[in-house]
Every structure is written in structure tokens, then in C-alpha cells.
Design a protein around this ligand. Sequence first.
Ligand code: SF4
Length: 504
Amino acid sequence: MSACSGIKPHDDSNTSLGYLGQSATQWRDHINQSYTHAERGQTTILFGGLTLLQDRLVATAIRSLGEKYVALPNPDFESFRTGKSFGNRGQCNPTYFTVGNLVKYLQKLRDEEGISTEEIISNYLYVTAGGCGPCRFGMYLTEYRKALSDAGFAGFRIMSFQHNEGIFQAEDEQESYQFSPKFFITLIKAIIIGDILNILGYKIRPYEIEQGATDQALEACYTLISEAFMDKRNLTHAMWQCRKHLEKVKLNRLQPKPKVMVMGEFWAAMTEGDGNYNLHRFLESEGAECVPQPILNRLMLSIWEAEYALNKQRTLPKADAKSIEFGDAKSKLMLKMAKGAVKVYFTLYAKAVGLHDYTLPDIDALSKLSEVYYPLDAEGGEGHLEVAHLLESIEHNLAHLVLSVKPFGCMPSSAVSDGIQSLVVSRYPSANFLSIETSGEGAANFYSRVQMALFKAKQSAKEEYEALETPTTIPDKLHNYLYQPTNHQAGTAAQLIASLGRGV
Ligand code: SF4
């Protein structure tokens, strides 16, 4: 059945596959998305699966709206095993991690906190993004329901918002409570702030003199932002206040560390835990500086895809033209407003906290860059973005290594993007690119492949730095995170020295 349309399949529950004489029963997806206004005060909303900081920020932000809201713990290998034991075979490992994580949490409520299954089913619900694929993403919601049912929580509510509708999901003021534009705007503000603090954290942490100082400063920032959400205070001002904590972190930024762009399938590249073998922290422990992909990239891609689809509608037969034109204009305006709002908030918060050298990706420009390699009509996963990121990195010298991380057998990423990346790499043989899969089992092979690519990246970072003339006196400003010059060097240390006009 289609997980997207909600259309019921024809009744074939008596169908026998004839396998060893056993009969098989057709799986039925019992969709329960009811959440009424009356239930609001007694229902706890569960959510999770973003970065560590974002999960916590989102939890506070949504609690500030009066919702009972809990961020699930970070998915770990036990979540993966739980997901595998209750899930269908052949799913992507983000499903196993996230579904298993939810099952594990509900089991804990039942077995350790003594809450009955009936209470859990009636007083809790889980919110996640849904969509129509075209890859296995379209099956995620069904997977959640199937695993929960098999784990003894049949009827547990999985609420979804379509990832391509975002803040435009309508609020129904009647009986059924739905997530309002206010809910989504608050959610997106928390995600934007989380993205900005994460980007800064990854820029600062590799150069800290006192180990753990950056994480402490980020924790102080989290407290400031959480208080601002709860007290309904100005978030821009709270971001400005974060500067004093971040500036306290003493840095030595003149270490020629390799810069590693981490991209790939959304969840595998973004998660900070067992889902990608703690890749970001592993890279830092190996002496690298990570350039993570913000979650907003995915949001901007979704907006771009919606705009692209609207433009394509113009090519439909004339018979539908009138209704399409009307719908077109309204939808286009809303998409434009959404894109504008995200950019304005991002710029405002980024400037306030002192992230000067980063702008949100221009998906139009990235599409133009990649369209000769990747057909823009092909959606799924990160679409053309993976190829575009590699090309962008090559063209603008953004990193010494580009890592594309994806779950084992990811359809859009392993099967499509990586095929195209081999053509890109054959045309740019100097590019240091590694595509790597996570299977949820066996980290040794994963780490060893990353280390091999990192060796080359370290050499490049060192050569780039040593090609510059280092002055005898180094101005203090070079070690302040607020000083972020941009030039054609990839490494931070080389960028700083080149900014003094001492390049040779
Ligand atoms: S993008 Fe890849 S990992 Fe994600 S749902 Fe699709 S096939 Fe699975």
C-alpha cells in the first residue's frame, strides 16, 4: 500500500503464498493520527534523531509552547539491534536506529518506570518527518507502526508532517489538534540556532588549548538559549550573549589541520553517535577539522524541489492550467516567504553569535553546478546535492577531503550519486573524495578507510601551510574565533596566515 496516500489496499488477507504450505497474511498499516485538543495537556510528544544539541534545543523550544515534549536519547547500537529485531529485513539502517530507539524508549517506560502499555499508547505519541520516497524513505512510517505493533505497542500514534510541506501544514481548529505554523516556526528557529552553534563548535573545538572548553562553552550557550525560549525573550540577544562564553575558549589556530567536509545521506552524515560510528568526533581525534552539513541544507533542498516541481507543472496540458495557475501563485509566494524567512533568521542569529564566514547554500547555484552530471528531475535522498557539494568543494577549494557517508545500500546515495561521483573524480583527479557506507556493524573497516583518506588530507594541509611565509609576530586576533577571513586556502591555519598578506 502507499504510505503516502493513505489509500487502503484491496482485501487480500486470505492470500496464501504457498510457501512450504504456510499461509501468509497481508500486513495492514493501521493509521492512527488522532490527537485532539482535549488530549493536549496529558499527551507527551516524543521526538528525536537530530544532532545532540538540536534535539535538546528543539525540546526546550516546543516545551515553551506549552506542549509536554521529550527528546529521545541519542540512538545507539542497542537501538539498532532492537530496530532490526522488530523491523522488516532490507531496510536502511537509519530506520533501524530510529525505530529501535523509539521501541527501546517505550520498553523502558513500561519495564523500568512501570507505566502500563495502555497508558503509553494513550498518553504518548511520536512525531517524525514523513514523505513519499521515492526511495525507502516512503516506507518509514509503516516501518514504525509495524515494529511498534510487533513490540507490543499496537496503536501507538506516529504523527508525521510531510518533509516537503514544512510550516504550511494546516492547523485544524476543529476537533483534531494539528501542528500549527507557530509550532513549525518555533521548531525551525531551534534548528537554525542548533545549526549555527554546531558549525561554530566544529570550527573552534579542534584548536582549543584546554580539552573540553568548547563543549563547556556550548553548554553555557544552550542554557542561555533555552532560558530565552522559555521566558519568551529575544533570541538574537541571547545569541549575542553566547559570544562571551565562546570567546573564553583559548585557541591555537595556527595548527595546519586537514579540513574534512562531511556530507552524504542526510541522517548518516548528520547524526552524532553510533549511527555513523561517531564520525565527527573520530575525525577530530585524528587531528582533523570537520565541516558538517547543517540540517537547514535539507530544508532548503525541499523548498527548492517544491519550486522546481511547480515550474514543471507549467508543462502540463492546458485543461488543468487555470487551477494550476492559481495554486502556483499561492504556493510560490509561500515558498518564497519560507525561504526568505529561513535566510533572515539564519543571518540574524549567525551575525549575533559571530559566525561571519558562513552563508546558507544557494541551491539554485548548486543545481546549475551539478546539472551537467545529475538530472535535476531525479529526487530522493539528497538529490543532486551530493554531487554539487563535491564540485563546489573542488571549485572553491573548501576542504582537503570530502567524505560522503551513507547507510549501506542507500538507493539515492550509493546507487546514484556515487556512480556519478566517479565521473566527477575522473575529471578532477586531484580531488580527495571518499564515499563510505555505514552498516551499523563493524566499525574497524570504516575507520581504516577514513584514516587512509585522511593521511592524504593531512599532507595537503601541511603543504598548503608551509607554502606560506609565517610572520615572526602573530597578532592576537588570529586566535579569536570571531576572526574568520575567507580566501582561497582550504585550511584554517593557512587562511589566517594568508589573510595577513604574507602569502608567497
Ligand atoms: S535516502 Fe537512502 S538511507 Fe535514506 S531512506 Fe532513502 S534509501 Fe534509505
